[in-house]
Design a protein around this ligand. Structure first.
Ligand SMILES: Nc1ncnc2c1ncn2[C@@H]1O[C@H](COP(=O)(O)OP(=O)(O)O)[C@@H](O)[C@H]1O
Ligand SMILES: [Mg+2]
Length: 355
C-alpha cells in the first residue's frame, strides 16, 4: 500500500484462515524526496506526462519489489510461498466523475521482479459499475472489526480521511470525509521544510482562524451525501491558497487545517453514524496526539482509541486490507460494497499479472 500522503510503502505479509487474519511480517519503505516530488508533479498536467508517468510507474515497481523482498526476508519466507501480492499502486488521478481513476506502479514489472502473482487496479471495476471506486477498506473493516452490540466507527486518517460505519444490526456504510493529513503535511513542508507536523506541535503554537475555517468548510464536498470519495485532485495547495487572504500567520493556518480535519471527521460521524459509541483510528494521523484530543473533544459521547487496542495494527490496516482484496480476487469473490461506493452491483475487483 502506498497512499495519498506519499510517505512511502507499507508492506504486510498476511495469512488468512477460517480462524482469522494474521499479520506475519510488516515493513515500511519511505519514499525518497525526489520520488515523492515526481509523484506530486504527476498529479498536475505537464509536458510529456505519459512518458514520465510510465517511468515513475517502473520506479515504483522497483520500490515495491524492494519492500516485498525485505518483508519476506525478515521472516525467511520464499516468493513461492506467497499466493499473491495485492498492490494498490500510487494514485495520481482519481476522477470517478469522469469514469476513471489511475494508480501507477507497473504491476507486470513487479510480478517479474518478485516472481509472485500481482493483483492491482482494484478500483477501476467498481467505477465501471458506476461507483466511486473508493473507499474499498470498509468491506474489510466489516469482516474484522464489527461488534455485534456496540456501534463502532473506524476512521482511517491517511492523506485523505475515510470512515467505516458499523452499526449493529444494520448494513455497513462508509465514505471519504475529506483531507486527513495531506494539507497539514503540505503546509508544514512549505513553511518548516518538514514532511509532517509531529503530534500537531506546530499547530499548537497557532490559533484557529474561525473565518478561514468557515471558508474551508464551505467546500461543497463536505455537504455532499455519500457515496463520495476524494483525493489530491480536489484537496491540494491550490485549493488551500484559493481560500487564503495572504496575511495569515503560517502557524494559525496549520492550527486551522488541523481543526478542518477534525471538524470534517466529527461532523461526518455526527451526520452519518448516529448512535456511534466507539471510534477507532488508524492510518498515520492516528499518531497525531493533538488530532486525537481535538476529535475526542468534538465527540463527547464516543470513546476515541486506536484500532491497535482491538489487536489490529493501525499503521498496516490498509495494507492488510489490500492483501484481503487480492485474496478475494484470487477466489473470484466480489469485494466492493455497493452501498459504500455506489456501484450498481458487487464486483470482483482487480487485474492480475501471474507469476
Ligand atoms: N506523530 C505524528 N504526528 C502527526 N502526523 C503523523 C504522525 N505520524 C504519522 N503522521 C502522519 O501520517 C501520514 C502517513 O499516514 P498514512 O496512513 O501512511 O497515509 P497514506 O495512506 O495516505 O499514505 C504522514 O504523512 C503524517 O502526516
Ligand atoms: Mg502511507
Amino acid at each position: 500500500m502506498s497512499g495519498t500522503s506519499l510517505d512511502g510503502i507499507d508492506a504486510a505479509l498476511v495469512a488468512f484462515s477460517k480462524t482469522g487474519t494474521e499479520l506475519i511480517s510488516k515493513f515500511f519503505l519511505p519514499f525518497d524526496d525526489t520520488l515523492k516530488l515526481t509523484i506530486l508533479d504527476l498529479h498536475q498536467p505537464s509536458h510529456n506526462e505519459l512518458h514520465k508517468t510510465q517511468l515513475t510507474g517502473n520506479q515504483l515497481a522497483r520500490q515495491y519489489a524492494i519492500a516485498v523482498d525485505s518483508l519476506l526476508k525478515q521472516v525467511s519466507y520464499l516468493p513461492g510461498q506467497i499466493q499473491a501480492i495485492g498492490c494498490h499502486g500510487q494514485t495520481i488521478r482519481h476522477c470517478p466523475e469522469h469514469g476513471y481513476t489511475l494508480q501507477i506502479g507497473n504491476a507486470a514489472l513487479l510480478a517479474e521482479l518478485t516472481g509472485i502473482t500481482v493483483v492491482n487496479d482494484f478500483r477501476s471495476r467498481d467505477i465501471a459499475a458506476g461507483g466511486q471506486g473508493a473507499p474499498l477498506v470498509p468491506a474489510f473493516h466489516d469482516k474484522i472489526l464489527r461488534h455485534p452490540d456496540i456501534h463502532r466507527v473506524i476512521v482511517n486518517i491517511g492523506g485523505i480521511s475515510n470512515l467505516t460505519n458499523l452499526p449493529p444490526g444494520n448494513a455497513t456504510s462508509g465514505f471519504d470525509c475529506g483531507p486527513g493529513n495531506l494539507l497539514m503535511d503540505a503546509w508544514c513542508m512549505e513553511h518548516l521544510g518538514l514532511p509532517f507536523d509531529a503530534d500537531g506541535a506546530w499547530a499548537a503554537t497557532g490559533n484557529v482562524l474561525p473565518k478561514l475555517l468557515d471558508r474551508l468548510l464551505a467546500e461543497p464536498f463536505f455537504a455532499l451525501p455519500p457515496p463520495k470519495s476524494s483525493g489530491r485532485d480536489l484537496f491540494n495547495m491550490a485549493w488551500l491558497q484559493s481560500h487564503l487572504h495572504g496575511e495569515e500567520l503560517p502557524e494559525d493556518v496549520q492550527a486551522t487545517l488541523l481543526a478542518l480535519t477534525c471538524t470534517t471527521i466529527a461532523e461526518a460521524i455526527i451526520a452519518q453514524c448516529r448512535g456511534a459509541r466507539e471510534i477507532y483510528l488508524c492510518g498515520g494521523g492516528a499518531h497525531n496526539s493533538a488530532l486525537r484530543r481535538m476529535l475526542a473533544g468534538k465527540l463527547p459521547e464516543c470513546s476515541v482509541q486506536a484500532t491497535d487496542v482491538l489487536g489490529v495494527d493501525g499503521d498496516y490496516l490498509e495494507a492488510i486490507a489490500f492483501a484481503w482484496l487480492a485474496q478475494q480476487n484470487r477466489l473470484n469473490l466480489p469485494a466492493n460494497l455497493p452501498r459504500v461506493t455506489g456501484a450498481a452491483h458487487p464486483c470482483i475487483l482487480g487485474a492480475t499479472y501471474s507469476a
